[in-house]
Design a protein around this ligand. Sequence first.
Ligand code: SF4
Length: 696
Amino acid sequence: MPSSFKTTCCYCGVGCGIVVHKDRQGRLTVEGDKDHPVNKGMLCSKGMNLHYTVMDTSDRLLYPEMRYSRNMPRQRVSWDQALERTAAVFSRIIEKHGPDAVAFYASGQCLTEEYYVVNKLIKGFIGSNNIDTNSRLCMSSAVAAYKMSLGEDAVPGTYDDIEQADCIFVAGANPAWCHPVLWRRIEAAKAANPKLRIIVSDPRITQSCAMADLHLQLHPGTDIVLHHAIGRLLIEQGKTDAAFIRQHTEGFAKYRDMVMQRSIAEAAIVCGIPETQLYEAAALIGESKGFMTMWTMGLNQSVVGVHKNLSLINLHLITGRIGKPGCGPFSLTGQPNAMGGREVGGLSNLLPAHRVLDNPAHRKEVQAFWGGRELSAKPGLTATQMFEAMNDGRLKAIWIMCSNPLVSLPDARFMEAALKKAKFVVVQEISNKPETLQYADVILPAAAWTEKEGTMTNAERRISYLKKINDAPGEALPDAEIICRFAQKMGYNGFDYTHPSEIYNEHCRLTAGTNIDISGLDYSRLREKRSIQWPYKAGKGTARLFEDHRFYTASGKAAIHSFDDQNNSEQTDGNFPLVLTTGRIRDQWHTMSKTGKVSKLKQHIASAFLEIHPEDARERGIRQNDIVEIFNGRGKVRVKAQLCTTIKQGVVFLPMHWGKILNSDLNRANNLTNNLVDPISKQPDLKFAAVQVVRF
Ligand code: SF4
């Protein structure tokens, strides 16, 4: 029988609703869900082609495999053999070197239930906090900034604020390509309300700039200078909300003194933009009633990522544009479930329901709930720290699920060398493509989107239900089931779930009484509603937070933080005079293990390239389409040059998607990026590396 199923897109954090149609032969097609509150029927090119990624199983891992030495070929084994050997090796390592000698590296693409069980396993039973995810590369600076300023990792607004805003400041993001359906909503809002003003700050003229009323083409790494200068002008021009500052914030006087330290003329020079543009930006923001900011990796992936975030959030706090229609700081999530992972505590410094490791009462509550061993107070290793610990021998075993760190982590050659040194590597994956597989001792085939059931949370705190639509190929299993089977092989109780709903409901119970309380939203209710925004109170979701202007800090007031505007990135010099920045292209997703197999998506951009300003190219004798070598002390990349005046002089851009092609890693942008991280969020500085470029 042909049938149709409603589910949610598994790519970006916009969280679009999708209808999947299944014909008599089991073939799938997709269309946007017209009834979904997020996308109202729209899908971007990636979403529209999602069914091809499921229908083409030619690259899928079908059976568990293992080998006893990396010199040996992998052999097909049964699930019991693979998991029993893994349990035996993990037990031996834990016994000999302690629980911190093992780690799990997961993904913002895991379902919430998958995150929940792996987090419970390592923190509650193995006794280590060594779990981190690729969300560390994506959102951790925003998370830290929200907690520091608002008292909670909570996006205050909702997508419906877009239609009520009259000024949207997009900082360090290109949503026209990276969050396309959200951008369509902004385009529609501007068409309906020509008074809506769009400001974009970005060193490149991206597709998002086409609609911008003001593009601030700043030097990479100068965002704090820009935000402080706007803050100064808002104060000087009397565009702040004195009553809001007095009643609902703390720290304004120190902030005012800090932003006054740099003149507007000086700020313009540091940012590399005309002074008039700073006045224009302040005027657009100051005169707006509904002021939203949106940002992604341009702010987050920085060695001062938390301060960049805080400096932007401060603009809301001094103008009182938060907790009101059309207002609020809105970090756009890169991955579909980065937020759900944090809700269940799936990072090395977190516990479920936004509890924290360094709070003894929180540890006690969670330990009592799980009934496992005493929770360790010691923060676990973050994403890049795990690879550093493998390199120096502290970390012996790593279990990588649903992520391709050898393409996505910075300083990829170092990460590869570190992984090679690990004593035992487990890779839990859907595809036979990821670079990690060549280092795997055990390979566990996982079920993909539509082959399993569970929940995810998008960028506006909307928890969505995803339905199982078809069976996984071969013996692939849902990720949560793999982790639970392993936990049972390790001899742990509390992992005998018979359905994902039991995991979800356990997670819900743990949220009771917290700021993200969804204890009343059981699985059957969510399945019926399809999606709801947390917290769930009195039978209803919450679209907008802080409408009463009481924040989640101890005092109830939002904290305005003050700090200098220094960027601590790697310095350019005579040898490496150009700044490399990296990012996404429109039709590819992360490391291309899904989108890379859809031929339609390759039609947009088929191979990696370097964007370089014609002046920088001329100085180096580089012409359009020349093969160029981009290099620094960490590695090199060789791709075609694309000369364009849309990039700032002194800056070059590489897309982040490509890894090894035919055994050559010379397309991989992260050969060049560095392992500097923000000291608070531990998010790497992926947007700023010093490089040189020559014609090859
Ligand atoms: Fe999927 Fe994001 Fe595209 Fe929506 S905008 S269809 S969630 S990739």
